[in-house]
Design a protein around this ligand. Sequence first.
Ligand SMILES: *[C@@H]1O[C@H](CO)[C@@H](O)[C@H](O)[C@H]1NC(C)=O
Ligand SMILES: *[C@@H]1O[C@H](CO)[C@@H](O)[C@H](O)[C@H]1NC(C)=O
Length: 451
Amino acid sequence: MKLHSILFLLTAILNVSDACLAIRYSKPPACVCKSLKLDSSNIKENEVKDNDLYDLVLSSEVKSPEILIDDCSVQVHCEDGSELYIFDTDKGAKIGDYSLDGFCDPYQKKWQVDTGNGMEQYKELKGVCVIKKTVTCSPADPATFLYAYSNDLDYIDMHRAYAVWADYGSGLSVSETKYATAATVRFDTKVKEDIVFHEGDTAYDSYIAAYSYLNETQVDPSKRFDSSETGSDILDVLERFIDTDRPNICGSVAFIFMKRSPNEIEISKIVEKIRAYHIMLSIAVKIPSSGGLHPETMYNLAAKTNGICSFSNFLWNAVMALPTILYSQTYYSANLKLSGTGSVNLPPMSLPAELSMYSVFGLQSTATAVSFQNMTLRWSDAQGVHGSLSKTREDMNSRTYHSMNTFKDLASTDEATQSTMRLEYDYSTEDTFLIRYYADKPTDQWSPYQD
Ligand SMILES: *[C@@H]1O[C@H](CO)[C@@H](O)[C@H](O)[C@H]1NC(C)=O
Ligand SMILES: *[C@@H]1O[C@H](CO)[C@@H](O)[C@H](O)[C@H]1NC(C)=O
């Protein structure tokens, strides 16, 4: 913002001196440009036709901004917890958390404002603050389990994987999870499909209802994208899931079966949203990919949201290396950028008594990378119990619980423990190592996120 302010100040000075040279005014005319604070009392009468931003603002809770006019300059801003939008009679822009700077051009009687995408002219400057909805939920609150699957998969893989992940067969335990609602969606289709919610009396009923629905809808090859250059639309699906604004979205778990990669690399917006709603991502990717450019985007998304992303040429293998619905509460999570040979202390881990857990490790960000060579994790706790776990490249994808880049292991506690952990590693090129402990009971508080 500082840079912007300096830029428009400069522009302002140049404009005025230009005018002096060209027109020989002894003094420029007064700055009289129109501005207006919008709030719920006057937003309707200031309609901007056919404008999506206006429609969005109209359907939100709003209050008026601060508009500070000092001679020819203007600054508009909102209080914390709300975001600024500006409108003219025929257009608008979202300024967001920033404040808007601008100045009045006294000759044209129009504003020049800095919308963040360069200077724009506004005949009238109307500002409004949209109050941000803050979602809060605690780890034990009821939530939803989302099954999202690519229409590029074969149904046989998809349905088997679904059953494995949901601990099919352990029906009673599923009823005890907090994920009382199920939701299903098929993606990578030419026409986007709705997310369907299944609400039974118990989580188990919801889960069976979702399963029968999947058995009916399956996959439809005629609805696939025509080109392998088209990226997966999974990020849009996650955004739409959150935007349904239904109860029990916060704290949900999303299980995602993929075949096509996204084309996006820039994911900060969706990361922010997933973190705000504490959605846990468990992603299984069948390779080779049917299209799209960036498989690592899903791994990076999982890394930044305490999730995990597993690649295999058998979807079932990929799924087996992930936590199941019964073990989807994050007790410990760390991300490390590793390269070469070395060793590093991990942040200490505190665990309560009587937990059943999966420790889950992400070793490299794509299936095809050859970065990971080997690792040994050594731990010891305050009671003096110690142990270690070693993996090499050859171990991967060759046994149960091991996919091409991910593996999991069972762990448990009797008493509350505090452990220290040290990782020895060998990576031929830089990659991101993920370590997570997922357990069966809700945590007291959400695990912090890391980039
Ligand atoms: C879905 O289909 C599979 C395979 O045909 C079958 O085993 C399973 O019982 C079906 N599930 C439901 C809930 O209909
Ligand atoms: C780990 O990989 C490196 C490089 O391939 C190798 O030199 C080393 O012996 C390996 N260590 C173990 C324990 O396998």
